[in-house]
Write a protein that binds this ligand. Structure first.
Ligand code: R5P
Length: 317
């Protein structure tokens, strides 16, 4: 189609289905590589394709098992650099550790910055990622970062539903900007929930600013981890008389009690993207729907390879 032998896409083990779909979009074969383990558990990587002078992309979400997937990404980057790739882009659909982005109490690390340093030191020349927890995380890297958003695919999906009488709800104050963009896309009202967090998995949705009674609700977040945030929020909007309730988030991390909570939540649909592969247990939760970011990632890779604008991808959001 539009690409040549100079572009190579490799896949880590975290999300081979997504890497395959990206290659399908680009009509390119996946780059050959063998990942094995030494008897002591260390990973060993061997590229099977020549990458000298090539523009190389390695697709790896640093989702669960987070440290293992991160280490594998670092090994890939080092390997590509030592094999004389001309340019290396770390394609990280889901960037784990993103929420550890500040010292909000004494004697804690800023692990998101540490991970950014490791990725750069290992050999990445660029990063392509989706919905970092906070956009300013881009500044943790001193190399170019293309920051995509799942809003492209999620808003297309909900636009096609033609939801009427809509209120877009932000489940906490951190997501107001995202929610107001969604409200802008669909012409709905905006409501915000005041959330109190007690621990990594316990939160309380205590109050709503805005109108949800009798309205269809779209609740949007960047991440569903333990689902405490969105489930607390949907229970509150249901109690306050919301009609249909849709949840959407870019990253379905689904940790801890998330699946139990989501299965019981009064939500009509829970829509996430495939930045993280759905586990067999998650597939059993009947109202979880997954949309693919493969075409968006493939298009961004194509544009990066051709030195074309990636940000213009968002003109259609
Ligand atoms: C918070 O700032 C984030 O946007 C998410 O709302 C949060 O990380 C989700 O975590 P959980 O699903 O564990 O409540």
């Amino acid at each position: 189609m539009f690409l040549n032998d100079n572009l190579k896409i490799f896949s880590g083990s975290s999300n081979p289905a997504l890497s395959g779909a990206v290659c399908k979009y680009l009509r390119l074969p996946l780059g050959g590589a063998k990942i094995e383990r030494f008897p002591d558990g260390e990973k060993a990587l061997k590229l099977e394709d020549d990458v000298r002078g090539r523009d190389c992309f390695v697709v790896q979400s640093t989702c669960k098992p987070v440290d293992e997937n991160l280490m594998e990404l670092l090994i890939y980057l080092d390997c590509l650099r030592r094999a004389s790739a001309q340019r290396i882009t770390a394609v990280i659909p889901y960037f784990g550790y993103a929420r550890q982005d500040r010292k909000d109490e004494g004697r804690v690390p800023i692990t998101a910055k540490l991970v950014a340093n490791l990725i750069t030191a290992a050999g990445a020349n660029r990063v392509l990622t989706i919905d970092l927890h906070a956009a300013q995380l881009q500044g943790f890297f001193d190399i170019p970062v293309d920051h995509l958003t799942g809003e492209l695919v999620l808003s297309d999906y909900f636009r096609a539903k033609k939801l009427s009488n809509l209120t877009v709800v932000s489940p906490d104050v951190g997501n107001i900007k995202m929610a107001s963009r969604y409200a802008g896309h669909f012409g709905g009202d905006l409501a915000i929930i005041h959330k109190k967090r007690f621990s990594g998995s316990e939160v309380e949705a205590s109050e709503i600013i805005g109108k949800v009674k009798g309205k269809n609700v779209l609740m949007c977040d960047d991440i569903i981890a333990t689902a405490g945030t969105v489930c607390g929020a949907v229970s509150l909007v249901k109690q306050r008389g919301a009609a249909k309730i849709y949840i959407c988030a870019t990253h379905g991390v689904f940790a801890g009690q998330a699946l139990e909570r989501l299965a019981k939540a009064p939500a009509d649909e829970i829509v996430v993207t495939d930045t993280i592969p759905l586990t067999q247990e998650a597939k059993k939760v009947k109202n979880i729907k997954v949309l693919s970011v493969s075409a968006m990632l493939g298009e961004a890779i194509k544009r990066t390879h051709r030195n074309e604008s990636v940000s213009s991808l968002f003109n259609s959001v």
